[in-house]
Design a protein around this ligand. Structure first.
Ligand SMILES: *Cc1c(COP(=O)(O)O)cnc(C)c1O
Length: 470
């Protein structure tokens, strides 16, 4: 135990710290100011720790202890903040971890779009200005049966633009059971308010009847809106008005039916045993006039919002000046076209698009992958760690198939024998390079192999080894 005043004298000077850093070629290569600011921040942190008693022993301040910590701190400061993460959560469309991974074809297309000039807005037939939407519109129409389509920055933008164009200053009728908050800060009622449309809520939270819509229609009504209840399910005593019923009411009153599908899919998930999410083609065939969905949820493409449906409604949406503020960039367009082209052959889409591939993994394939990971870990982590596999559940995520568990096999780590709690292990893994995100269940740290790529199993093992054996 020493007094703070005595401890302060053990701190190295900034000059000494910088000299140490310059001896390491990797750190010496960092911009000088960055190195200096990081070293200063590190020393400030130590001073604060001495002041409030977290450091009370001069041994913690010896050069041999401090300098390697300083080097690690500066190395982290010199690294990009936005970085790769290993996703062992089993949540396939994990919004916080970047949603969908792109298919190799899409990655190649993005590279090309960045490295070279392109016909982004150039019509090669006429040699004159063209439309950036021309690259994907026909493809979307072919895949969904829509008459026309456009793409914008994301689905929130799609909903905003659709309502701002078709319903500004007028009323939109929507069921109370569908006024969803998606997470982050996306709430349907708030977006609607920004669009200038006036929200007319009908029904009760659990039950809405056709007559509720019917009774709410006035000469101020512009549209009937259906919103996908992406992240929750209302169960029990419920009644939802079907799209066919809305179509019928809309038809009698000359009102368009709009649907915010949220995730939206071009792939028939019932073919892989996941039921309950209709394809966009089915929704349009059931009579929706305009449908919006995300590009990077279960569609498995880049962040984008797709607006598709009847030409008479899509045309004015395309012409809305707001569209210019919400437009997608060339990288997104390149990735989206490449992803959508894979859907021309559903078997190919399922094989090539990582989101679909992860969702379609069979129970047996997951069991084997968990086995491979467990064997690797047993070999690398030594006898102090108990590695086992057990049945568990993955999630689709991204607001599709809410509350629906996908059976998986988890790899569980028990490190308590080495005095390492699951919480401490989790903390160390978040500090790893790359960080690994898993989950804690029944007081064990668990990895779900569904969201780890095959090629990532060795890296995940190395990361776990350093975190546990450090
Ligand atoms: C996810 C979601 C949105 C927002 O889509 P983004 O592409 O994230 O902007 C909007 N509506 C519903 C119903 C959703 O599930």
């Amino acid at each position: 135990m020493s007094t703070p005043a005595a401890l302060f004298r053990h701190l190295p000077s900034t000059d000494a710290a910088l000299q140490y850093l310059e001896a390491d070629p990797l750190l010496a290569a960092l911009p000088r100011d960055l190195r200096k600011d990081a070293a200063t921040a590190f020393l400030d942190m130590l001073r604060a720790a001495i002041k409030d008693g977290r450091i009370d022993n001069a041994a913690h301040l010896a050069d041999a202890v401090l300098f390697p910590q300083l080097a690690a701190f500066v190395r982290r400061a010199g690294q990009p903040h936005f970085c790769r993460v290993l996703n062992a959560t089993g949540v396939v469309v994990h919004t916080n971890l970047g949603r969908s991974l792109l298919a190799e074809e899409a990655i190649q297309a993005v590279t090309q779009a960045n490295r070279y000039y392109s016909n982004l807005e150039f019509d090669l037939d006429s040699g004159e200005r063209g439309s950036r939407y021309s690259h994907v519109e026909a493809l979307i129409c072919r895949l969904t049966g829509a008459e026309a389509a456009l793409v914008v920055n994301n689905n929130a933008a799609a909903v905003l633009l659709m309502l701002a164009t078709l319903c500004q200053g007028q009323e939109v009728i929507v069921s109370r059971g569908q006024l969803v908050e998606i997470g982050g800060s996306f709430r349907i009622p708030d977006v609607m308010a920004r669009s200038g449309a006036i929200l007319k809520e009908v029904g009760a939270t659990n039950r809405t009847h056709p007559r509720d819509y019917e009774n709410a229609i006035t000469d101020q009504t512009a549209a009937l809106l259906k919103v996908h209840t992406s992240n929750f399910r209302i169960i029990g005593f419920t009644r939802e008005v079907s799209l066919a019923e809305l179509r019928e009411i809309g038809g009698r009153h000359g009102l368009p039916v709009l649907e915010d599908l949220g995730s939206g899919t071009f792939f028939d998930f019932s073919t892989i045993g996941l039921h309950g999410e209709p394809t966009v083609r089915e929704v349009l065939a059931q009579g929706a006039d305009v449908v919006t969905c995300s590009g990077d949820k279960v569609l498995g493409g880049p962040q984008a919002g797709i607006i598709m449906g009847r030409k008479q409604f899509i045309d004015p949406i395309k012409k809305n000046p707001l569209n210019r503020a919400l437009r997608i960039d060339k990288m997104t367009l390149a990735a989206l076209e490449a992803t959508l082209r894979l859907y021309l052959d559903p078997a190919q889409a399922r094989e090539r698009i990582p989101t679909l591939r992860m969702l379609a993994m069979t129970h047996e394939a997951l069991r084997q992958k968990a086995g491979r990971l467990a064997r690797r870990l047993r070999k690398e982590l030594g006898a102090g760690v108990r590695v086992s596999t057990c049945p568990g559940a993955s999630r689709v995520g991204g607001g599709a198939f809410p509350e629906r568990d996908l059976p998986t096999t988890l790899v569980e780590l028990d490190t308590t024998g080495m005095g390492l709690s699951p919480d401490e292990l989790q903390r160390r893994l978040l500090e790893s390079d790359p960080p690994l995100v898993g989950r804690i269940e029944r007081n064990r740290f668990c990895l779900d192999p569904r969201t780890l790529l095959d090629e990532e199993l060795p890296l995940a093992t190395t990361v776990l080894r350093s975190a546990i054996i450090s």
